[in-house]
Design a protein around this ligand. Sequence first.
Ligand code: NAD
Ligand code: UDP
Length: 314
Amino acid sequence: MKRILVTGGAGFVGSHLCERLLSEGNEVICLDNYFTGSKQNIEHLMDHHYFELVRHDITNPYMVEVDEIYNFACPASPIHYQYNPIKTIKTSVMGAINMLGLAKRVGAKILQASTSEVYGDPTVHPQPESYWGNVNPIGLRSCYDEGKRCAETLFMDYHNSNNVKIKIIRIFNTYGPRMHPQDGRVVSNFIVQALKGDDITIFGDGKQTRSFQYVDDLVEGTCRMMNSRDEFIGPVNIGNPVEFTMLELAKEVLELTNSKSKIIYLPLPQDDPLQRQPDITLAKKELNNWEPKVHLREGLQHTIAYFDELLKSK
Ligand code: NAD
Ligand code: UDP
């Protein structure tokens, strides 16, 4: 049995990760400041003998004896990370320093949830890990993109200078149950709009692409990365390479929800990437043939069922 710290554990991805780690017989300490996460996300784990919940902000140091740390604390949706951009970058940078300091002191292995946003608006397609990215350092998205890039730098430097055992994953757009309903991300927005009969808001012409990964596939890839051979530290892309336009996504959601909602077009936000698709060759090679298993249609069905329940209960 390992004792594992999950920062951001009450968030969308973090809650699924806590669940998985507990089911494997580990002791889990879930740390969160509830900025975008909630106790409801982990309510079903509260009675578990080996689950512990801690209210804490990772911009402040935290001490605990653990074997592994999954550093997932950080708002991930543009409206939330742009709400207080200085706080966002502090969470990525000071949070990384605090968690790396902890890992160094107690000899824990630490995994960083980085992002495909480190590639910015990519000029190489699909994106391999060797691509350095095309990021605007002073734009609306930079508090998140540059914060995550700096966190990767810190992870590499703690590893090279202090022998801290690190792992870095670059997560591509992930969706599933327990996304925040007002999260502003495209999958939750379209589903909630379709279920309520509101207009489906496409930003720009809807021809921009994203590659959507179901949360279970991400959790599987994340755990395989933590348990991969010591010399393999990443960064490694974890995402689903099947690419869709936002218009295709909207049509799929409309069909699956049987909704009469209208599609409307709104202006494209500043620095919105035109395309994004992971090259997962490295993940397949290093993570025991890991690849996403859940097709968009199936993943959307689970997610729609979740939001349908949630909206009915309100
Ligand atoms: P989320 O917003 O649901 O979860 C983030 C969690 O971190 C929340 O529970 C929030 O309350 C907590 N948090 C935020 N700031 C904190 C702080 N300073 N101290 C303590 N807790 C704090 O987002 P998510 O989609 O679950 O993302 C989880 C992680 O995965 C993030 O680091 C994100 O950058 C990364 N990621 C997610 C995606 C995706 O598509 N979901 C893509 C790339 C990277
Ligand atoms: N988007 C959209 N309508 C929405 C929300 C988002 O058309 O209601 C678009 C957004 O402009 C972007 C894509 O969907 O091109 C994915 O947005 P999201 O915020 O989910 O992820 P990110 O841009 O961070 O990849």
